[in-house]
Design a protein around this ligand. Structure first.
Ligand code: TXA
Ligand code: MG
Length: 505
């Protein structure tokens, strides 16, 4: 019989707020999202709580107090449909030399024997480095959360650890990696192999919430040169540097203006790239010799884990041959660039599906350089009006605006909404909503059955990839309403349809 996996949860600072000595149920406050995350996690794991309560040995509370609080927590969770199999409490101080205090794996071994668990599949989630060590000591792995005392102890953690904002993201992370055979250890191995590859100057393709990126160590000029080669990308088209923590940005830029900081606080991690004055640590090849560097913090747990594990910021363009449609699945990457890349991390479909919005702070007034995953209105709500899309002086290109960009190989012809068009057996149609005109095509791709622009953006590149694979004579595409992400979709459709692409290689 296949043995089961146990998820061992720290209590204070992971499930409930850490208020020092938790003596009474009236002090119990569940951290936001706890119940929802646990409900999802129990599909995969038997759930346990493991907690060190040295306050008992110190006489600050009794074991009875601890048990009463635990019963309350268990009952609350059970009422919400979450079942904790057992709670393990170490009531000792570290200097007493007991066998049960975390990170000693005693309790996990007990649980494994009693519940028939495979200790190697154990995952421990907690806000103290001891929780991570516990996972390792048991033969499984740990995920570090930044709730509770997580931020305070972060510097004590070794670089290999996976760090996420909270329990929700820990569960996202576990599920995002499910394609690696549902085995925590395997998942971690794949990521640490990818982290090592980046450290060694190799290329790794990785998922982000926008599109897949083709990453290299941003501080390694030679590795970055290989990115340009793999994509056949001209060296005058600079790369975005991806970070996992705001403090990493400080190693790359001269200064953050207050407006840039506000945007970082509002949208990172997320599909926003900011162009800021670079400092000398950033090799010129990354910025194509420009004095500014583009930075973003992606909202994808695999991407963030990869950046943390590699220990450096990662320079990455989209993982497609230059000018071609951006990839939104690992398969797109493998098909287009599989031969050039050492590792392709598979994180499934990209959630947003179009590239990040780029805002430049290189002049006094912030300017929008590329429409993307965050509509301009949302950015303007935080820092006021932006100047419109403008041209870069030094390289005389707009970001993402080479004539041939985001393009399928099949000619793409744009139509205004509801404009009639001829069908045919060699013609494909890209439709925003359900198609009702009754003309027949070789293939029809519908971006959103409910005409939802966010959904349409998420499906855009996948639909173009599919149509382009059919060797059609023409793809007709309807423009979408010019609002919200519709502005970005129309921008990409226009660039993809640029007829001048035939003259560019
Ligand atoms: O969502 C995204 O932004 C994705 C994911 C992988 O993060 N990345 C992406 O990278 O779309 P890429 O290289 O395909 O597009 C980045 C655009 C390029 O058009 C480049 O010209 C512009 O950003 N860019 C990068 N650094 C710049 C800089 N220092 N100044 C001006 N433009 C810059
Ligand atoms: Mg690109």
């Amino acid at each position: 019989m296949k043995r089961r996996a146990g998820l061992f949860l720290d209590r204070d600072g992971t499930l409930v707020e850490d208020c020092g000595i938790l003596k009474d149920q009236s002090q119990v406050n569940f951290l936001p999202g706890t119940v929802k995350a646990l409900k999802r996690l129990q599909e995969k794991f038997l759930l346990f709580i493991v907690t060190n309560q040295p306050g008992v040995a110190d006489g600050q509370l009794t074991l009875k107090d601890v048990n009463a609080v635990n019963s309350f927590i268990l009952k609350y969770l059970a009422d919400a449909g979450v079942f904790i199999q057992d709670v393990y409490v170490c009531p000792h101080r570290r200097d007493q030399g007991c066998i049960c205090i975390k990170p000693k794996p005693y309790f996990i071994q007990q649980a494994a024997a009693k519940f028939g668990l495979d200790p190697g599949l154990s995952v421990v989630v907690g806000d103290h480095p001891h929780d991570i060590e516990l996972g390792k000591a048991a033969g499984g792995c740990g995920i570090y959360v930044l709730t509770g005392h997580g931020r305070k102890h972060l510097h004590e953690l070794n670089q290999e650890s996976l760090v996420v904002p909270g329990l929700k993201e820990a569960s996202d992370w576990i599920f995002a990696l499910a394609q690696y055979d549902n085995q925590a250890q395997k998942l971690k191995d794949e990521l640490s192999r990818a982290g090592d590859a980046i450290k060694r100057g190799q290329l790794v393709a990785f998922p982000t919430e926008t599109v897949y990126g083709l990453g290299a160590n941003a501080f390694d000029a030679q590795a970055v040169a290989r990115v340009f080669e793999a994509k056949r990308r001209p060296r005058i088209d600079p790369l975005i540097v991806h970070i996992a923590d705001i403090s990493q940005a400080d190693t790359l830029v001269e200064a953050f203006s207050p407006e840039a900081r506000k945007l970082a606080e509002s949208f990172w991690p997320g599909p926003l790239t900011m162009i800021l004055k670079k400092n000398r640590t950033v090799p010129d090849i990354v910025t194509s010799g420009l004095p500014d560097v583009a930075i973003r913090m992606p909202d994808n747990q695999l991407a963030l884990a990869l950046i943390r594990l590699s220990g450096v910021p990662i320079a990455a363009p989209s993982a497609n041959p230059f000018g071609y449609i951006s990839p939104t699945t690992a398969d797109h990457v493998r098909r287009q660039l599989g031969k050039e890349i050492e590792i392709v991390l598979d994180g499934g479909d990209c959630r947003v599906g179009v590239e990040s919005t780029i805002v430049s702070f290189s002049d006094n007034k912030p300017a929008i350089m590329r429409h993307g995953g965050i509509p301009v209105e949302e950015i303007e709500r935080i820092i006021g009006p932006l100047s419109g899309v403008r041209q870069l002086q030094a390289t005389s290109i707009y970001p993402g605006q080479f004539p041939r960009h985001y393009s399928p190989r099949t000619p793409l012809v744009l139509l205004n909404q509801d404009e009639p068009l001829p069908g045919g057996s060699h013609v494909g149609l890209l439709s925003f909503g359900p198609y009702t005109q009754g003309i027949s095509y070789a293939a029809i791709e519908i971006l959103s059955q409910t005409r939802n622009l966010d959904e349409a953006a998420a499906n855009l590149y996948r639909a173009l990839h599919r149509l382009d694979a059919l060797n059609l004579e023409t793809i007709f595409a309807y423009l979408v309403p010019d609002e919200g992400l519709g502005v970005t979709i129309n921008d990409r459709l226009r660039k993809a349809s640029n007829q001048s692409k035939r003259n560019h290689q």
